[in-house]
Design a binder for this molecule. Structure first.
Ligand code: SF4
Ligand code: SF4
Length: 309
């Protein structure tokens, strides 16, 4: 299933994403949102409410996923969750988190969310008692809870990038983030195909150009058609020049500090590419990236089990 125009609105078979805290309380190497490189920075709840209300006139998703960085670091998270629901852009609201702050979340949080996806990394597991408490909250509030364990990452971006247009096209065409999971992202009045095109320019690009890959959200009559064309475009984004898409080499999970997060990526795209996996993706677009470890299992089955925090 792909994008459809229904009653003047673009409908996606997947969701759209809102990043509420760009920084994180972990520092996973090659985090695809580059969160370890960010100092404390939070999205404005008023901006999110305004953007989603405007976008809802022309766009319909199956769910809105709230993530970051670590979304539970946002002090006004519950207010944001309510405003997402009020925008009416999707019937379900999900939060994707590393789970470390979940035991502290109050009843108002659990009442405001439909699903919680927890991404667990080696050495950062929750104690059994905290897991039991979280499960109890989820059951009390009818919240779907999913726990995924990740032992590996794939290099998500390259500091030096590439000028090889053919390689950029292949990485874009096989990108699961854009074309399989469809992690479309709303950020500061703009609609982006993927979170990487929001975050890569902020860390390694021209600060004047950070919205270059975004489509400005408006309420004029032609916006829905422009959005559909944007989503169906086969053209790589500007950020694809430095992005590994789904084709980065696999690396074991490790934690890094903000100071050394960017060091492993100081290579060209050619050096960081997994050519074998790239070729596989060209014939099997939804091939497993091999990053989840064996103990990954939904506590309560969820159709949205596919995105680490
Ligand atoms: S920047 Fe390009 S390759 Fe990277 S996630 Fe976005 S569409 Fe995919
Ligand atoms: S992968 Fe998730 S938990 Fe790890 S640094 Fe990135 S946002 Fe934080």
């Amino acid at each position: 299933m792909t994008y459809r125009m229904v009653n003047g609105k673009v409908e996606t078979p997947e969701g759209c994403e809102i990043n509420v805290a760009y920084h994180c309380n972990l520092g996973c190497a090659s985090c695809s949102h580059l969160s370890p490189a960010f100092r404390r920075s939070l999205a404005e709840p008023e901006t999110i409410a305004r953007d989603l209300a405007l976008l809802a006139r022309s766009f319909r998703a199956q769910f809105v996923k709230v993530l970051g960085g670590e979304p539970l670091l946002h002090p006004r998270l519950v207010e944001i969750l309510h405003s997402i629901r009020a925008a009416g852009i999707a019937p379900r609201v999900l939060v994707c988190t590393n789970g470390l702050l979940l035991p502290r979340m109050g009843e108002d949080f659990w009442a405001a969310v439909d699903e919680v996806e927890i991404s667990v990394y080696p050495g950062r597991e929750l104690p059994e008692e905290a897991r039991a408490r979280i499960l109890g909250h989820a059951e009390d509030h009818g919240v779907t809870l999913t726990v995924n364990h990740y032992s590996h990452f794939r290099y998500s971006y390259s500091e030096h990038g590439t000028d090889d247009e053919q390689l950029i096209r292949r990485i874009h065409a096989t990108c699961q983030i854009a074309h399989v999971w469809r992690c479309h992202t709303v950020y500061e009045g703009h609609f982006f195909t993927c979170p990487q095109s929001v975050f890569i320019p902020q860390i390694i690009g021209d600060p004047q150009d950070i919205r270059a890959d975004g489509l400005r959200i408006t309420d004029d009559p032609g916006f829905a058609e422009r959005l559909l064309a944007h989503l169906r475009s086969p053209q790589p984004l500007r950020a694809c020049r430095n992005c590994m898409g789904s084709a980065g080499r696999r690396m074991p999970h490790q934690q890094r500090t903000r100071r050394d997060f960017r060091i492993p990526q100081q290579h060209t795209t050619e050096e960081l590419a997994d050519r074998r996996f790239l070729a596989l993706l060209e014939t099997v677009p939804d091939a497993d990236d091999g990053c989840a470890s064996a103990e990954s299992a939904p506590l309560l089955p969820s159709p949205s089990l596919r995105k680490r925090s």
